[in-house]
Design a protein around this ligand. Structure first.
Ligand SMILES: [Zn+2]
Length: 180
């Protein structure tokens, strides 16, 4: 099955900035290892990040964050995309809300998405829903997602497994499954 690695919202505002939290910092080395393995094995990588306009409905809930064109909306330096890796902007929780990621994934010809990043019960879970509705298999490494609310994160992983048939695993097993 052809797989893509999706890195969601690992941006300055969500890791070390305005809405940053310890758990987000903690997963950085794990996502780094997954990224390195994906690049070595030729697994396609897609970055998706918040880049908000002032009239996005989400700002009513969270206040201003990850505004388009600001440092807060940039991928953290530790996970900097390499040349040729697409970085797609989104304006709400799910990576499937706009047409661009779906189009990109079809072009890549992938069937399975490994979802990593933050926040588990928000952007990851909503993206898992979108992936499921669009016919993709979903894999979530539990050491590569995080939430400021650890209980909510744990519940969300169970929810994605039950409701979307997501495979909940860890980065080490995924790297193993990608082979030598
Ligand atoms: Zn947002």
């Amino acid at each position: 099955m052809k797989t893509a690695l999706i890195v969601i919202d690992m941006i300055n505002d969500f890791v070390t900035g305005k809405l940053g939290f310890k758990g987000a910092v903690k997963i950085v080395p794990n996502v780094q290892r997954l990224l390195a393995a994906a690049r070595a094995k030729g697994v396609p990588v897609l970055f998706v990040r918040d880049a908000h306009s002032p009239d996005d409905p989400e700002l009513r809930v969270w206040g201003e964050h990850a505004m388009a064109g600001t440092e807060g909306s940039e991928i953290i330096p530790e996970l900097k995309p390499v040349r040729g890796e697409p970085v797609i902007s989104k304006q709400t929780y799910s990576i499937f809300h706009g047409p661009e990621p779906g189009r990109m994934l079809r072009k890549m010809g992938v069937e399975e998405l490994v979802l990593t990043g933050v926040v588990t019960e928000i952007c990851i879970q909503n993206s898992a829903a979108g992936a499921f509705f669009n016919g993709y298999r979903v894999v979530v490494p539990n050491d590569c997602v995080a939430s400021p609310d650890e209980k909510a994160s744990k519940y969300s992983l169970g929810y994605m497994q039950r409701i979307y048939g997501a495979q909940i695993t860890n980065s080490r097993d995924i790297i193993k499954s990608w082979g030598k």
